[in-house]
Design a protein around this ligand. Structure first.
Ligand SMILES: Nc1ncnc2c1ncn2[C@@H]1O[C@H](COP(=O)(O)OP(=O)(O)OP(=O)(O)O)[C@@H](O)[C@H]1O
Ligand SMILES: [Mg+2]
Length: 236
């Protein structure tokens, strides 16, 4: 079976010279749910930003069978839903509904379909009734949920989620777990929440200093406390 996400020897250096990815290789199979773990600065967000071409490093990178390069960006952005770590980077319209509707409107869907999808997406993140609220006036956890709704509304094949549960209260976190568990799509989730990895992910990949340093079945990786401690995922 060919991978739906295929990264081979990926290198990326930010314009200020910081080398964030140093030969990273990773494969994710269709419908797999994979946790991307690693300490602050390991390169998790940088990897996710490569999946639909927002960042372009050096190396082999294919998603949904397409090389991630300029001519494919339009198609890839319909197939790969990327939820940023910071919801402020995702939300830019005056109201919640306008933010959630932006993607499907842009994709040319007709208004009835757009509204129906928006309702479904807002319902799934527990924000029905928030449609007319100004996005900038929401709490961090509410913004995180709206940002997730802007991704879910696109019905993508691949979800790349950067810290989807950070800033959520325990109930909200539980609701997002249940929601993500129920989605029949491929998921690559950067997180510091090991309980999320245990509950939602078949496999864990640990990054450190821009490379994959360990990977394996979640149950095995998560019980290797020495490994987790070594890479800052458990307190010393
Ligand atoms: N815009 C940027 N300009 C320069 N360096 C950056 C930029 N964004 C990230 N970096 C650097 O690249 C490296 C990887 O950062 P990245 O944000 O991918 O880490 P991360 O694993 O997502 O960390 P965190 O757990 O804190 O979210 C870090 O050394 C970081 O300082
Ligand atoms: Mg990050």
């Amino acid at each position: 079976m060919s991978s739906i996400i295929h990264l081979r020897d990926l290198h990326y250096t930010y314009p200020d010279g910081r080398e964030a990815l140093r030969g990273l290789s990773l494969d994710v199979q269709r419908h797999e749910s994979v946790a991307l773990l690693g300490p602050n600065g390991a390169g998790k967000s940088t990897v996710l930003l490569h999946l639909n071409g927002l960042l372009q490093g050096r190396g082999e990178i294919e998603v949904c069978g397409l090389p991630v390069r300029k001519g494919n960006f339009h198609v890839l952005r319909q197939k790969v839903g990327l939820a940023f770590q910071n919801p402020e980077d995702q939300l830019f319209m005056p109201t919640v509904l306008e933010d959630v509707a932006f993607g499907p409107m842009n994709a040319g869907l007709e208004q009835g379909e757009v509204l129906e999808r928006c309702h479904r997406a807002l319902e799934s993140v527990g924000l029905v009734g928030f449609e007319e609220r100004p996005t900038h006036g929401l709490s961090l956890g509410e913004k995180k949920r709206v940002a997730l709704a802007t991704v879910l509304v696109m019905d993508c094949e691949v979800l790349a989620l950067d810290e989807p549960t950070s800033g959520l209260d325990p109930r909200g976190k539980g609701e997002i777990f249940t929601l993500l568990q129920s989605l029949p799509v491929t998921r690559l989730i950067a997180t510091h929440h090991l309980d999320l990895a245990a509950a939602l992910c078949d496999r864990c990949v640990i990054l450190d200093e821009g490379r994959v340093v360990a990977h394996g079945e979640s149950s095995l990786v998560l019980e290797d406390h020495a490994l987790l401690r070594k890479h800052g995922l458990l307190p010393p």
